[in-house]
Design a protein around this ligand. Structure first.
Ligand code: URP
Ligand code: ZN
Ligand code: ZN
Length: 459
């Protein structure tokens, strides 16, 4: 049998196995994995790792905020993701006050489809739990979204009673609630206290959101989920307190999951004390933490207690947006600086260099939390996140020795800085296929635009 394309001589790495084989691709899907496959077009992957396309389950593209939209739109953001080997992203739908969830989904889906170059889906944000909204949840799931995001802080926060309702209704419908967990009272009180005494510089940002604010909120959300009898995933876990709370829930048999992000593994709160206003580049919530928190996070990625690594990519220009366009002698207090940092492009390679090459992680764990884990958690599997026949041929050919020095000039994110400036990596994708189409070839984007598809998910 002839295939459209065969990738041969490479080392296939999945979440569980590492082996030599060829992949035969037909009609955009993996049609065979074996030996001696033939096609008119053959790609030699000798010396390369052949991986399932990476999935970034937490991105904010073109996200409206009072300071303006996050600076990567669906074209620049998904193209940057593709350069780094990411072939599917999960973003968010945020309905306006008077808008139905389904209407907001339609609008967001159309926007993404008009620009995206890789496949995409969404988490539905629940910032209200009135009867109409809760009644829409089964229809949202039927429309292909199986995960619902709630907040315990920010203007979008739900109180405990509302969160309990959301967990129950989403859980009963077979969905997964994912929660941004910080204690709103602690954060608001400390922010106000710092401002009152003129402590306005970026270095007060992490002090206003101490580890305990995450630890308490994670414990509370887990308790609410236990009472609701519903599964829950805590997004962007940043602290040992959060990690250990989730592990305790897991060991009592609760369906409790955690996501972390490269910034919490590779950067610390010392970044906020950079000279001048530089610390603003690292303002995100929860904030960067300490080496001890990093150690706890590396451990759960290595042992499989956490199977989801997202970026929380939410870029804002340092010049113009992080400073709200104000002059150097009138910079905004840390409470007004738009929160969020970039990272959509380098996530897999950062974790390869600092996780796999340092011996902290196995190759298979790396593939799991960058691809298979998010696919299984968010019901994209086995269409995505797998090297199996019938899966979409989203495939990364990764050169494990390719040296890369990260800089804004090298990266393709639409933002004027990277928090990983100067990081030296060993390992980067050389070819990226999305549904069998070559979209990245040795540092060039060679795909059509737009070409990304909405991927409906099923319980
Ligand atoms: O500061 C952050 N993380 N901004 C993005 C929105 C969120 O909380 O995930
Ligand atoms: Zn969040
Ligand atoms: Zn986020």
């Amino acid at each position: 049998m002839k295939y459209d394309l065969v990738i041969e001589n490479g080392t296939l790495v999945t979440a569980t196995d590492t082996f030599q084989a060829s992949i035969g691709i037909r009609d955009g899907q993996i049609a065979a994995i074996g030996q001696d496959l033939s096609a008119d077009q053959v790609v030699d992957a000798a010396g390369l790792l052949v991986l399932p396309g990476f999935i970034d389950p937490h991105v904010h593209l073109d996200m409206p905020t009072p300071a303006g939209n996050s600076s990567d739109d669906w074209f620049t953001g998904t193209r940057a993701a593709a350069f780094g080997g990411t072939t599917t992203v999960i973003d968010f739908v945020e309905a306006e006050r008077e808008e139905t969830l389904l209407h907001a989904l339609d609008a967001r889906r159309n926007l993404a489809a008009s620009q995206a170059v890789i496949d995409f889906t969404f988490h539905m944000t629940l910032d209200r739990t009135n009867d109409n909204t809760l009644a829409e949840i089964p229809a949202v799931i039927a429309a292909g979204l199986t995960s619902f995001k709630c907040y315990t802080t920010y203007a979008m926060r739900l109180d405990d009673a509302q969160l309990l309702s959301a967990l129950k209704v989403v859980g009963n419908a077979g969905g997964l609630t994912i929660v941004h967990s910080e204690n709103d009272a602690i954060v608001n009180r400390l922010r106000a206290d710092f401002l009152a005494v003129g402590k306005t510089e970026p270095r007060y940002h992490p002090l206003s959101r101490p580890a305990e604010s995450e630890g308490e909120a994670v414990e509370r959300v887990l308790a609410l989920a236990q009472v609701a009898g519903a599964p829950v995933l805590i997004v962007h876990v940043s602290t040992r307190l959060g990690v250990e709370a989730i592990q305790r829930a897991q060991s009592r048999g609760q369906a409790a999951y955690g996501e972390t992000c490269p910034q919490y593994l590779l950067l610390t709160d010392e970044a906020y004390s950079a000279p001048g206003f530089e610390g603003a580049k690292f303002i995100c919530s929860p904030p960067l933490r300490k080496a001890d928190d990093q150690n706890a996070l590396w451990k759960v990625l290595a042992d499989g207690s956490f199977r989801v690594l997202g970026t929380d990519h939410c870029p804002f220009f340092y010049h113009g947006t992080k400073n709200l366009g104000r002059p150097l002698d009138d910079l905004p207090p840390f409470t007004q600086i738009p929160g969020g940092i970039p990272g959509i492009e380098a996530r897999p390679s950062l974790l390869y260099t600092y996780g796999v090459r340092t011996g902290r992680l196995s190759l298979n764990r790396w593939v799991d939390f960058c691809s298979t884990g998010p696919a299984q958690t968010y019901k994209l599997y086995p269409r995505k996140g797998a090297l199996v026949t019938g899966a979409d041929a989203d495939i990364v050919l990764f050169d494990p020795h390719k040296p890369v020095k990260l800089s804004t000039a090298f990266l393709h994110e639409n933002v004027d800085y990277t928090p990983y400036e100067g990081f030296e990596l060993s390992g980067w994708p050389v070819k990226v296929f999305s549904r069998g189409q070559l979209i990245i070839d040795h540092g060039e984007y060679v795909g059509a635009a737009p070409r990304g598809q909405f991927i409906p998910r099923k319980i």
